[in-house]
Design a protein around this ligand. Structure first.
Ligand code: HEM
Length: 402
């Protein structure tokens, strides 16, 4: 098969269910492959790393949207999205990202640990109650989905009473990352409008009554004399934090548990301490990456012998890079104590995930607590994969815990 045939196979239901044999086939062909005019696929670890760190490869931004999708301004989600740091290039990206980073500090993330422990234990209590008699519990619904969204609400400063109604709206908005069906756009737009109205109200409240939370810190930055972060930039990037940090972390929890269900010795090693939780999380991120790819807009250059043209779509296949045999020995084995370097799961360069420390913290808190509490955890029926390709995870992962 040539690169285009392999790439096409990746888009089929079978390819989405298990992309890894197709990635192996790409690796045999090379690190960087042309898919025909205008499209290049980057599958090798080193090549992905260098594309993501090369500022001349830009993210799709307002200019790209203007030429590819002239009607985008009619969609509230894209109007907000064009302020998201994910969709900005320098110098605007650097300005807004560094201001957000000033509030989203390592200290603030570390300070969330006691709350994460409490939230994880509360969810495990509920799982313990409903699964005590041996009946199946749905891990994605009862744990993996609830923990990250509650943690982000806590980080931002969303009051507990509002969180319940928040979750489905956040989930709808997250659909924007994998927009295959235009019929989903109205719900995504509605979610964007609702979240923006909510954050506008919350910002008003926090201006009047500041608290120790991220939204209060961001408001202080935006209210600074030189007006470095506009209200729109602030509010729009709050919706980004919510959606970027939610389903991704949900998928880390689900994909990591699936490894344990298939290879119970991996869970036993976390319980007996022979594998540190951080090493388990790192290998889970590599082995079954929650984000499988991102992309950049090309500029005239050559990558590993393949020509890239101006404006080409350059697909950096993170999930493939994480299984690159040139980088990782036995890439298809789950080996948490492996050497070989960090996975590409949080990207690299200017857009490196701003929430990576938080996601890692959630994983290192959640897995040892879950596995020690339910050492007998086992699959209870077939898991249901989400039919998405960019974000890889499960819709359902039924388990028994007793
Ligand atoms: C396991 C969980 C997560 C994974 C796998 C993940 C993955 C990624 C990746 C691959 C990128 C880079 C995209 C690119 O270069 O095009 C990214 C960016 C980003 N992530 Fe995460 N993420 C996770 C959790 C989080 C969390 C918890 C938050 C926030 C609370 C977050 C917020 C962001 C933001 C705001 C960006 C954009 C950064 C920028 O463009 O400068 N992520 N993430």
């Amino acid at each position: 098969m040539d690169a285009l045939e392999i790439f096409t196979a990746l888009g089929t239901p079978d390819g989405r269910a298990n992309p890894y044999p197709h990635y192996a086939a790409l690796h045999e062909l090379g690190e960087v492959l042309s898919l025909g005019p205008g499209a290049v696929v980057v599958a090798g670890y080193d090549a992905i790393n260098s594309v993501l760190r090369d500022a001349e490869f830009r993210v799709s931004d307002e200019a790209t949207f203007d030429s590819d999708f002239p009607g985008w301004r009619d969609n509230p989600v894209f109007v907000q999205g064009m302020d998201w740091i994910l969709n900005l290039n320098a110098p605007r990206h650097s300005r807004i990202r560094s201001l957000i980073a000033r509030a989203f500090t390592a200290r603030r993330v570390a300070g969330l640990e006691p709350a994460i422990v409490r939230m994880a234990d509360d969810l495990l209590d509920v799982m313990a109650d409903s699964g005590a008699d041996g009946s199946p519990v749905e891990f994605m619904h009862d744990f993996a989905y609830l923990l990250p969204v509650t943690v982000i609400c806590e980080l931002i400063g969303i009051p507990e009473a509002d969180r319940e109604s928040f979750r489905p709206v956040a989930r709808d908005l997250a659909g924007v990352f994998e927009l295959n069906d235009p019929a989903t756009l109205p719900a995504i737009n509605a979610a964007a409008v609702e979240l923006l109205a909510y954050f506008t109200g919350l910002a008003g409240e926090r201006r009047a009554n500041p608290r120790d939370d991220l939204i209060t810190d961001l408001l202080a930055i935006s209210d600074a004399d030189d007006g470095r972060l506009t209200d729109a930039e602030l509010l729009h990037n709050l919706t980004l934090l919510l959606v970027a940090g939610f389903e991704t972390t949900t998928n880390l929890l689900g994909n990591g548990l699936q490894v344990v269900l298939q290879q119970p010795e991996a869970g036993a090693a976390v319980i007996d301490g022979s594998v540190p939780p951080g090493a388990f999380v790192e290998e889970a991120l590599r082995y079954d990456s929650p984000v499988q790819l991102t992309s950049r807009v090309g500029y005239p250059t050559e990558l590993c012998g393949t020509k890239v043209g101006d404006g080409d779509t350059v697909m950096t296949m993170i999930g493939a890079g994480n299984r690159d045999p040139r980088k990782f020995t036995d890439p298809d084995k789950f080996l948490p104590l492996r050497a070989g370097g960090a996975p590409l799961s949080f990207g690299g360069g200017a857009h490196f995930c701003i929430g990576s420390a938080l996601a890692r913290l959630e994983g290192t808190v959640a897995f040892p607590r879950l596995l020690s509490r339910f050492p007998q955890i086992a699959a209870a029926g077939e898991p249901v994969r989400r039919e998405t390709f960019l974000l890889r995870g499960f819709d359902a992962l039924p388990v028994t815990i007793a």
